[in-house]
Design a protein around this ligand. Structure first.
Ligand SMILES: *[C@@H]1O[C@H](CO)[C@@H](O)[C@H](O)[C@H]1NC(C)=O
Ligand SMILES: *[C@@H]1O[C@H](CO)[C@@H](O)[C@H](O)[C@H]1NC(C)=O
Ligand SMILES: *[C@@H]1O[C@H](CO)[C@@H](O)[C@H](O)[C@H]1NC(C)=O
Ligand SMILES: *[C@@H]1O[C@H](CO)[C@@H](O)[C@H](O)[C@H]1NC(C)=O
Ligand SMILES: *[C@@H]1O[C@H](CO)[C@@H](O)[C@H](O)[C@H]1NC(C)=O
Ligand SMILES: *[C@@H]1O[C@H](CO)[C@@H](O)[C@H](O)[C@H]1NC(C)=O
Ligand SMILES: *[C@@H]1O[C@H](CO)[C@@H](O)[C@H](O)[C@H]1NC(C)=O
Ligand SMILES: *[C@@H]1O[C@H](CO)[C@@H](O)[C@H](O)[C@H]1NC(C)=O
Ligand SMILES: *[C@@H]1O[C@H](CO)[C@@H](O)[C@H](O)[C@H]1NC(C)=O
Ligand SMILES: *[C@@H]1O[C@H](CO)[C@@H](O)[C@H](O)[C@H]1NC(C)=O
Ligand SMILES: *[C@@H]1O[C@H](CO)[C@@H](O)[C@H](O)[C@H]1NC(C)=O
Ligand SMILES: *[C@@H]1O[C@H](CO)[C@@H](O)[C@H](O)[C@H]1NC(C)=O
Length: 822
């Protein structure tokens, strides 16, 4: 059975899920949601449905936006219905997303731009390190500075909205093609990264758009498949449905979004795929329920590009802005119009949708605009060069006029190159270092191997996995257009010149892998062989394997067979199996991920010890690729329209939570990363912040919801601290990590240990400092599906502090709740 798009478009057939079933226009009165159909669990399986949550809550501006919300209300009160329809509907223009101006009210429109590591559609802008690299710093200040610097560049180019940062995918599957755009499969680490990045972006005066909400954990089948025959478009199969239970939703996937909203993110982008059967951009449980009610989100929900699949149902389900405005996702078709736009005018006029709901959509959008002062006269105009670089909506597609004023091709990079270099070095993870292979000490002879070492050979806007050139970012909307790239080879040559080192190079992987490399170099074994490997990943495709690309494993074997000091460096989207890691001649392994434009400099700073590495893995490296659970759902061989289902049956067991729960040995644990010095942790001391542990209750006090949810959840209950000493002979930073083991009374399925604190401390040799961790109520709670509440379980918690999830040095126990009052 195929479903005709013509029907879809008329609003007769809506989501495949039951929540938004067919309803005839005008059949119901205000506030009557009885048209929502009962669930049919026979078709949908144990949790293949999404409960109906209507109506969509109005924004109130609570939590600091009260003044801005008043301005927004005043603005909306002056709009005509046609203008209202325009305000919530994208249109082709100079930016990747555009809201047209309302000149009579002095509103100059909105410019929305990608993405998470750079303003992508821009010239003279910086390419920052990718999310996975930023996460590897485990550094709250760097996360903030990176966000701030990116925000400054967006603003200077005239972008009001940055489509960034990413917490979905979280990283359920090691294979997901977009994990590198986000941070870490650990929700706590990603939560901190989201919060700090958003604060940075918004402190620069730009709206952040955490994405993709929610359950966007694979690329395969993220959109429906369509067939076109002339003017008729049929859905062949609907997009994949991510089906997850309520506890998994709260404790894993929703967790970092709660941080994002707590940080007052302006906007949330809903994702392409279905969630419990219903498209994420019309899923009322997710948008009206979780986001706008439970988390108290006061901003607006925008669709991913072409992720809107209905008009009225999406509006009632909680979607506030349709982007980019044309109907997609089979290539966005501007001429086909939008489910919003003129349809909103009609739907209001004929009584199907209340104008109050449309007003709320715009109030939600204009509140952060006023809050961030984007109405100021001096907010920069959209850089006209944006229009020339925008291949997504080139001028030929524009339906409206845009005033492109101000100087073109503005250089917005400032002094960010130095910052990117430093951040890249701080993100570099030293996985292995034997025989003091690193830091390098003015080696007399260096040999460089691998196609990842040299300059980019096919341009600085790298959207393909081509053979020759180092990788600084992945592909898709999350990439950036570099203005320069410092390759490892360039930086090594510059440094070698200072030391008088000889540098030989072989960049052809096929040649290296198939040669006796002794035939390649001039006599005598080089002092060090540096092998550069790369791993590509991009939007819209999941990774096919977890190995390094371009025959890299064979390159390492070939070099290590004859070079007893082989140092391997990877530039990778994330998880790689490293089958040669225990090879005795592989003396060091460095995971440099996607470091951005200063790649070579960042790396050389670490290789030569100018920067002591302190990066830590934001994920686990398993022994075998097949050790990872939760692979993407790929081979659905049946043809039913709704057959693409992904059951998140592993629940909370992803990444280290899974390996720990099943005692599986790993190669490098979550949180691992070496230093050129050594550290020691002293005993843990705990201080109960809320006036004696007697006052800790299982259930949080029911306070009025603020952005981020019940403020009681964000209250610090305990401050734990431990002394940290640099016991080596060079300065260095350690990241102390705190893991919580919940009491036995916690419901089944609770992971053995969960990260709930980290702090990075830079210490001189012999110096001792104190690391402290604030444990909030949420950190000690599990989501109770019956109470629909965060609950601190009764009994003894074990708190472990160490240098990775499997290198725990200090343990303490505490019992916050002695008897349950529930
Ligand atoms: C209304 O929505 C349909 C899709 O349902 C679209 O084809 C049409 O162009 C829209 N109309 C307007 C006026 O935007
Ligand atoms: C639910 O779906 C099944 C399978 O299509 C069907 O047999 C059954 O009648 C449906 N139940 C209800 C209550 O609609
Ligand atoms: C998904 O289904 C589960 C099980 O029915 C339910 O508990 C959960 O609330 C649903 N979540 C969403 C977002 O629909
Ligand atoms: C939103 O506010 C309008 C009036 O401003 C009111 O009519 C409507 O009922 C409110 N909606 C909700 C869901 O509270
Ligand atoms: C396309 O539509 C025409 C007219 O309806 C029909 O005759 C033809 O079989 C269709 N082609 C395909 C490939 O479905
Ligand atoms: C009202 O307008 C909406 C949007 O165009 C349309 O789907 C619906 O069929 C209309 N209803 C009536 C009764 O005209
Ligand atoms: C463009 O600028 C002109 C002159 O300042 C102004 O009259 C017009 O309203 C502007 N149009 C838009 C769409 O902003
Ligand atoms: C790389 O080496 C292989 C094997 O020697 C050779 O076939 C290939 O042409 C070389 N590629 C380039 C770009 O030189
Ligand atoms: C390590 O490298 C040396 C040359 O430096 C070589 O003789 C030896 O066989 C290599 N070891 C292995 C296990 O390949
Ligand atoms: C490598 O082999 C050379 C020559 O046998 C030896 O001098 C050197 O110490 C070895 N290096 C390492 C790191 O084992
Ligand atoms: C689909 O077919 C492939 C190849 O026969 C098989 O490996 C795979 O397990 C099948 N998938 C499902 C979900 O049955
Ligand atoms: C894992 O190992 C621990 C300690 O050896 C043991 O108590 C536990 O039962 C093991 N768990 C599993 C799932 O094998």
């Amino acid at each position: 059975m195929t479903k005709s798009l013509a029907l879809l478009l008329s609003g007769l057939l809506l989501a495949p899920a039951v929540e938004a079933q067919a309803y005839g226009a005008g059949e119901r009165s205000e506030g009557d949601f009885s048209w929502v159909q009962p669930l049919n669990t026979t078709i949908l399986g144990p949790y293949g449905h999404s409960p109906a949550v209507y109506p969509s809550p109005n924004a109130t501006g609570t939590g600091g936006w009260e003044e801005a919300v008043a301005k927004a209300r005043n603005f909306v009160s002056q709009l005509t219905l046609e203008e209202k329809a325009d305000m919530v509907t994208g249109t082709p223009g100079p930016c990747v997303g555009n809201i047209v101006a309302v000149p009579r009210l002095g509103f100059k429109g909105l410019c929305l731009h990608d993405g998470p590591l750079a303003i992508r559609v821009a010239d003279y802008a910086s390419v920052f390190q990718a999310g996975v690299s930023a996460a590897a710093t485990w550094d709250r200040d760097i996360l903030y500075q990176r966000g701030l610097a990116m925000g400054e560049e967006f603003r200077a180019k005239g972008a009001h909205v940055a489509l960034s940062p990413v917490a979905g995918p979280l990283g359920r599957s090691a294979y997901s093609g977009r994990n590198w755009e986000g941070f870490s499969p650990d929700p706590y680490l990603t939560g901190v990264a989201m919060e700090r990045t958003i604060e940075g972006i918004q402190d620069a005066g730009v709206q952040a758009t955490p994405k993709h909400f929610i359950g966007n954990e694979q690329e395969t089948m993220r959109n429906p498949t369509w067939s076109r025959n002339g003017t008729v478009t049929d859905v062949i199969q609907e997009a994949l449905s991510s089906n997850m239970d309520d506890r998994t939703m709260h404790e894993l996937y929703l967790w970092p979004f709660a941080n994002a909203i707590h940080a007052k993110a302006a906007s949330i982008m809903c994702s392409y795929q279905r969630l419990n059967g219903s498209y994420a951009c019309e899923n009322s449980k997710a948008l009206n329920g979780l986001l706008k009610t439970e988390l108290g989100f006061q901003g607006y929900v925008m669709s991913d590009w072409g992720a809107t699949h209905s008009g009225v149902a999406s509006i009632e389900g909680g979607l506030d802005m349709d982007m980019p405005g044309g109907i997609g996702p089979y290539g966005v078709n501007w001429k086909a119009g939008s489910f919003f736009g003129g349809n909103i005018t009609m739907a209001v006029n004929n009584g199907t949708v209340s104008v109050d709901r449309i007003d709320d959509m715009i109030i939600r959008q204009m509140t952060p605009y006023y809050w961030l002062g984007q109405d100021a006269e001096d907010f920069p105009t959209v850089d006209p060069s944006s229009a020339d670089l925008n291949t997504f909506s080139p001028r030929s597609t524009w339906l409206r006029d845009f005033n492109l004023t101000g100087p073109s091709s503005r250089d917005v990079r400032g002094n960010h190159g130095g910052l990117i270099r430093r951040h890249g070095a701080e993100a570099t993870v030293l996985l292995k270092n034997e025989n003091s292979a690193l830091p390098l000490k003015a080696p007399k002879s260096i040999a460089v191997f691998g196609n990842d070492a040299g300059d980019l050979t096919e341009g600085f806007y790298n959207q393909a996995d081509y053979e020759y050139g180092t990788l600084i970012a992945g592909g898709g909307s999350g990439t950036g257009r570099a203005t320069y790239v410092v390759s490892p080879l360039t930086a090594i040559n510059a440094r070698a010149q200072q030391d008088g080192s000889l540098v030989q190079q072989w960049l052809n992987n096929t040649l290296i892998a198939s040669s006796d490399i002794r035939d390649l170099w001039i006599p005598a074994v080089p002092d060090v062989c540096l092998v550069f490997l790369k791993t590509w990943a991009e939007e819209a495709a999941d990774r096919k394997h977890l190995s390094v690309d371009w025959n890299g494993d064979d390159v390492v074997e070939s070099v290590a067979a004859h070079c007893n000091n082989t140092v391997v460096v990877t530039h990778s989207s994330g998880i790689n199996t490293l089958p040669w890691a225990d090879h005795p001649n592989v003396t060091a392994i460095v995971a440099a991920h996607y470091p951005g434009q200063e790649s070579g400099h960042s790396l050389v700073d670490v290789l030569y010890g100018d920067v002591n590495p302190s990066g830590k893995l934001p994920y686990t490296i398993a022994l075998e690729g097949s050790d990872y659970n939760a692979p993407p759902t790929t081979a659905i061989n049946t043809t039913g329209v709704y057959d693409w289902q992904s059951w998140f049956d592993e629940k909370l067991e992803i990444d280290y939570r899974y390996f720990d729960a099943h005692n599986i040995s790993v190669r490098y644990p979550f949180g691992h990363g070496l230093s050129y010095t050594s550290f020691e942790l002293g005993p843990i001391t705990a201080e109960c912040v809320v006036g004696g542990s007697a006052s800790v209750t299982s259930l949080p006090e029911q306070l009025p919801v603020q952005p981020g949810g019940n403020p009681a959840l964000w209250q610090t209950l305990y401050t734990l601290s431990t002394p940290l000493t640099n016991t080596g002979d060079v300065p260095g930073a350690a990241v102390a990590q705190l893991y919580v083991t919940f009491p036995n009374s916690t419901p089944e399925g609770t992971p053995p240990r969960q990260l709930r604190g980290f702090e990075k401390l830079l210490l001189a040799p012999g110096e001792t400092g104190t690391v402290s961790f604030d444990l909030m109520r949420r950190d000690l709670s599990y989501w109770d599906v019956n109470y629909q509440e965060w609950v601190i379980p009764e009994g003894e918690f074990t708190i472990s502090v160490g240098f990775s999830s499997r290198d725990l040095k200090q343990v303490a126990v505490m019992t916050p709740v002695t008897s349950s009052e529930m």
